[in-house]
Design a protein around this ligand. Structure first.
Ligand SMILES: *[C@@H]1O[C@H](CO)[C@@H](O)[C@H](O)[C@H]1NC(C)=O
Ligand SMILES: *[C@@H]1O[C@H](CO)[C@@H](O)[C@H](O)[C@H]1NC(C)=O
Length: 815
């Protein structure tokens, strides 16, 4: 079957794709395209705009944009660099974006009276790039300046890697730099002014307030900054400026003309630092012209065949980039909705998820000595951190402002979204995570590489501990990917592929999905690593059934239990279970070494299924049978151990009760009690399904007009305490539920169903409610949120949370 399929596929690829691109896809062409198209992008997603190349670790070129209004003395307090919710932007983010192509980011910064658009585009071979900064005043009568600072640094040993201004004197509006990176080769960076006037008061004879401080000219300062401090570009700028301003004010005893304030706040080489590889370029635009201002920053490899030579070329590259992003989006998502706002919302939300993709490189803090407290279950301080690394990670982030780093629990959900748009990109990100699996099999819950990433992390979360797990959502995503490849494999009609592809897949970005040969190679490579991860998870989170043996014997079900398949999260405290991902969701009280966590078991089920699929794809029959057995043991344990007939759902259990010798259910209706359903671990047609459908459909329990609540409204803990996972609506689990409803009740999406069922009503209502909730909030505020209120659907928690909340795009654009 497999062989025949591959033959077909290869043949077909040769015909359909090979004819257009001139060569059939194979390992080499896949790798080449991946490497080239993903080399350059704004991978410092923690910045409003920050560039660095991917997989270039020793000598990357680092760039960023900062800005402030330097026409007032307190302008520096509203200085922008890292994305920060405290900046109170009316709006910011990508309206359209794809890391392979480029896009358009819009920033509405009311406090600085600035409407900023940044376009990013690349040459077709991916070697060269340009970004265009276009700004307009929001209100041209407000008399402000727009002082934009570009910084650049060529990292690496200065003997081997350098970045110098090309002509030291002359026309400062056409700045050019010559660079050399050991890894990237020789290159040039040009800055072209397209539009707008630098600030100038023509009534004054001279705008220069001190030597080098002249807002009517482009300022350039070059110095040496150690590679590890380049991310502090803002702090360094502000320190240099503060010293310069102080000196000016000491000298000018008399009042300074207000028109000279922008000059005072212009960077100069006050300490006469020798030139180095770090550069600031500051342009202070007069922000009173409604037409605004615009300049291009263009990078060309010296030997490149596809140089970007003129602003007109930048314009046409931008136009084709935006066209291509739109075309790819339309190919992958189908909008039946007449609501044009929905399309706009969806493309923007997907773009912001993709815009959160970053490339991180640096050391990780790990504490391997501190033991967890399993007696009193108090929070343990991880006070013995050791720097390990360096490591690299290519990942999307839950939120550019609040969480600009890798999150294991979130990432699988991001991938479920991304794979619908760009299958290969999703695999590429997944594989970057799998690379982090260490020999013991452990992967950190949060991957925080280097000081730049660490600067955004509260101390108590900065250190990772190798006993702590997290829901293995990456395997959920990987399992989904493999499932699709297997599905393709089982279709041997050429026709279907043809239709499918032309219709809804992009040949370049779905190579792995279309050519399972490639995916097999890939699966082969990572199988040993995944196996370690799998074993680590099962060993480290295993819970013993010893305390239950008598109880189960008495209940008469001991023979039906699979003793090896029971788990509990390590590292929970009395109040929190951070490893579970649902921090304050009520769990067994008091915590106990003998508690069994239903979600931990369910997640091992997902991992096992994924391992079985890989074994299948690789044709490892014995392994496949082995995982098959474990998977069915887990499915049975979920039902025999964790199902409470009284509660009508799955529950955590413990040994306790009045006589201390009962199997006691800790049931709290909510996301955790549905997880075996949401993760499709229940047998098809299970009689238990009805009970769960009722639970989800009941407005007194989990159903709300805005989505399923994380905890039932009837639960004692609903809305109590921190109220993080005790009622608020989260997109990730709602998405899984919709997906599971389709799996268990295929009728829910049929246009003419056989009969109207409770499951169908639930599916339809839930889908509509989720879309409306996220969309309405976006329409009102311009943002997606971390979670939504179960009372009124209002977005709450972190703003501009376009991580898993972006799954709403899949919900909208697919049946
Ligand atoms: C920002 O500028 C763009 C481009 O000129 C314009 O289309 C948009 O309406 C402006 N937005 C606001 C809020 O002024
Ligand atoms: C349970 O685990 C033990 C120890 O890892 C192993 O020796 C045994 O074969 C397992 N039993 C089953 C039924 O898989």
């Amino acid at each position: 079957m497999l062989v025949k399929f591959l033959l077909h596929i290869t043949l077909w690829l040769n015909i359909v794709i090979g004819s257009s691109s001139g060569e059939p896809f194979n390992d080499a062409s896949f790798e080449k395209y991946t490497k080239q198209s993903l080399l350059w992008a704004p991978y410092r997603s923690n910045c409003y705009f920050g560039l660095r190349p991917r997989n270039v670790d020793a000598t990357p070129l680092i760039a960023g944009i900062m800005w402030f209004d330097n026409s007032r003395t307190d302008g520096i307090t509203k200085f922008r660099h890292f994305v920060d919710q405290g900046d109170r932007m009316t709006k910011y983010g990508w309206e359209m974006y794809d890391p392979r192509l480029g896009g358009k980011e819009v920033i509405i910064d009311d406090e600085n009276n600035l409407n900023l658009t940044i376009y990013f585009t690349k040459s077709h071979d991916g070697d060269n790039w340009a970004f265009r900064v276009h700004g307009e005043p929001l209100d041209f009568t407000r008399s402000t300046t727009a002082s934009i600072i570009l910084y650049l640094n060529q990292n690496g040993d200065p003997k081997e890697s350098r970045l110098m201004k090309a002509s030291s004197e002359g026309d400062s509006d056409f700045l050019q730099f010559d660079g050399l990176s050991k890894e990237l080769g020789e290159y040039q960076i040009s800055i072209w002014d397209n539009l707008g006037e630098l600030f100038n008061d023509r009534d004054l004879r001279n705008m220069e307030v001190a030597p080098g401080c002249d807002a009517s000219k482009t300022a350039h300062v070059s110095l040496t900054v150690p590679d590890g401090s380049v991310w502090k570009a803002k702090d360094i700028f502000q320190t240099l400026m503060a010293d310069s301003v102080k000196a000016i004010l000491e000298e000018k005893k008399a009042d300074v003309h207000t028109s000279l304030i922008p000059s005072i706040f212009t960077i100069r080489n006050y300490y006469q630092f020798p030139a180095g590889n770090f550069h600031y370029v500051q342009k202070t635009f007069d922000n009173s012209d409604p037409k605004g201002f615009e300049f291009d920053v263009v990078y060309n490899k010296l030997e490149s065949q596809e140089r970007i030579n003129t602003p007109q070329q930048v314009s046409s590259l931008i136009a084709s980039t935006l066209d291509e992003v739109t075309a790819r989006f339309n190919r992958h998502f189908h909008f039946k909705s007449q609501n044009n706002g929905h399309r706009q919302f969806a493309i923007e939300t997907l773009s912001n998820l993709l815009g959160g993709i970053g490339y991180f490189h640096g050391n990780q803090l790990v504490d391997r000595t501190t033991e967890l407290d399993e007696d009193t279950f108090k929070e343990v301080q991880l006070t013995h951190p050791v720097e390990e690394g360096p490591y690299s990670l290519f990942t999307s982030v839950p939120s550019r402002a609040a969480f600009p780093r890798g999150f294991y629990w979130d990432e699988g959900f991001h991938l479920l979204q991304i794979m619908d748009y760009d299958f290969d990109l999703a695999v590429e990100i997944c594989s970057s995570w799998f690379e982090l699996i260490e020999d013991s099999g452990w992967v950190a819950r949060e991957v925080i590489l280097g000081n730049e990433a660490r600067s955004k992390v509260p101390d108590r979360f900065a250190v990772q501990n190798p006993n702590i797990a997290n829901p293995p959502t990456l395997l959920l995503a990987f399992s989904e990917m493999l499932g699709r490849a297997i599905e393709q494999e089982n279709q041997d009609s050429l026709n279907r592929f043809g239709e499918n592809t032309e219709d809804s897949l992009t040949p370049q970005t779905n190579q792995l999905e279309l050519n399972s040969d490639l995916l097999i190679n890939y699966a082969k490579k990572i199988y040993p690593k995944l196996l370690k991860h799998y074993n680590w998870f099962r060993e480290s989170q295993r819970s013993s059934l010893d305390d239950y043996l008598d109880v189960l014997e008495e209940e008469g079900i001991l023979n039906e239990i699979h003793l090896n398949e029971t788990y509990r999260w390590r590292g929970r405290t009395v109040t929190h279970c951070l490893p579970s991902g649902m921090d304050d969701y009520p769990r067994v009280q008091p915590p106990d070494e003998s508690e069994l966590d239903v979600d931990a078991l369910a997640w091992v089920g997902v991992m096992t299924r994924s391992m079985r699929q890989i074994a299948h794809i690789l044709g490892l029959e014995e392994d496949e049978a082995f995982y098959q057995k474990i998977e069915s043991n887990i499915v049975e344990n979920l039902d025999t151990l964790h199902w409470s007939e009284d509660a009508g759902c799955y529950c955590d259990i413990t040994v306790g009760g009045e006589w201390d010798d009962e199997r006691t259910f800790a049931c709290h209706h909510g996301y955790i009690s549905l997880l075996p359903f949401a993760l499709k671990l229940m047998p098809q047609g299970s009689p238990k399904l009805d009970r769960l459908i009722s639970l989800m459909s009941d407005p007194k329990e989990m159903f709300s007009d805005y989505g399923l609540t994380s905890l039932s409204k009837s639960d004692l803990f609903f809305g109590k305490g921190e109220n993080y996972w005790r009622g608020p609506i989260w997109m990730n689990i709602n998405y899984l539920v919709l997906d599971a409803l389709k799996y268990y009740y295929p009728d829910v999406v049929a246009t003419s169903p056989k009969k109207s069922t409770e499951a169908r009503s639930l599916y339809q209502a839930l889908k509509k409610n989720l879309i409306n909730t996220v969309f309405d909030n976006w329409e009102k505020s311009g943002y997606c949120y971390e979670q939504y209120s179960p009372e009124n659907g209002k977005g709450q928690g972190i703003e501009h949370f376009t991580g898993w909340t972006a799954l709403v795009v899949n919900i909208m654009g697919r049946d």
